[in-house]
Design a protein around this ligand. Sequence first.
Ligand code: ZN
Ligand code: ZN
Length: 322
Amino acid sequence: MVVVAQMGSVVCSLDAELGWGFHDLEPLPTERVEAGRRGWSTMLELCEEFDIPATWAVVGHLMLEGCDGVHEDHPAPDGWFERERTDWWDRPDLRFGRDLVDDLLQSSVDHEFASHSFSHVLFGAPSTDRELAVAELECSLEIADQWGQHVDSFIYPRNDVGHRDVLAEFGLNAYRGTSPTYDGVRGLFDSTVRDQTMLVEPTVDEYGLVNVPASMFLFGFEGPARTVAESIWQDPMVLQAKRGIDEAVRNDGLFHMWLHPNNLTHPRDDHRMRAILEYLSRRRAETDLTVETMGDVARRVRVPRGVDGGTVAADGGIMGDN
Ligand SMILES: [Zn+2]
Ligand SMILES: [Zn+2]
């Protein structure tokens, strides 16, 4: 019995955060911090050029018009917003991004607007209690609502999954779960040499949320190893992404790739993304492959449940024969 009739599909998700992905880090990875805006615009352009709808998980704070850097009503631990009041007080371009969110919403491509929390709180951290998780959701959904946006999907900051019950309580449908494949060199080895699959299986958890796990982080193989590899072969991440896309076509499965816009720090990163999206667009034209958002996946996974005899497994996963 096949529960979810499925053609091959590819999801691309982006963690759109500008400075918020780094505000709690010391020292700051300056190159990444400064690349957030250019990467955002470049990814929007590439998605438009190849007509690839993606899930853009946006940090809610970016959508504020301004703030005092204190956020007194927010239950975050003392010091959480400190960078706003100090180093980044004169860097509104890292703290706010209404122009970029506008560009996203006005894109000719039907992107999914999703949430990446309000201030990049780590949901799985022991110090993140329920009250903080609720506040992050509340603030994000409130600002989204002011922008006329409904939120279906959530991407956990640093993929730190936690407080899933809170997501469900706020009416979300989907989140991106962690990848079964290692990032970087180890993942490359597992998928190429050991021929380990890069397809993932969306499952429904005990709260009714659909976990759309990541297959592959597109920038997990960086630094000197990347430079050496690229001087000998093609960009290994492009090769691996192509394998994932081809596997989705061949086995009618789901391949889910993800990145941060701020991973596009150099032209060679733009080239990587162009090569991957161009290939995806070509394979979609040649086959019955579809490109979906996380929200699309959640809708098709949830609908068949109980309608055509779909069964929810004891561990919350959807059971099927493949
Ligand atoms: Zn603020
Ligand atoms: Zn993030």
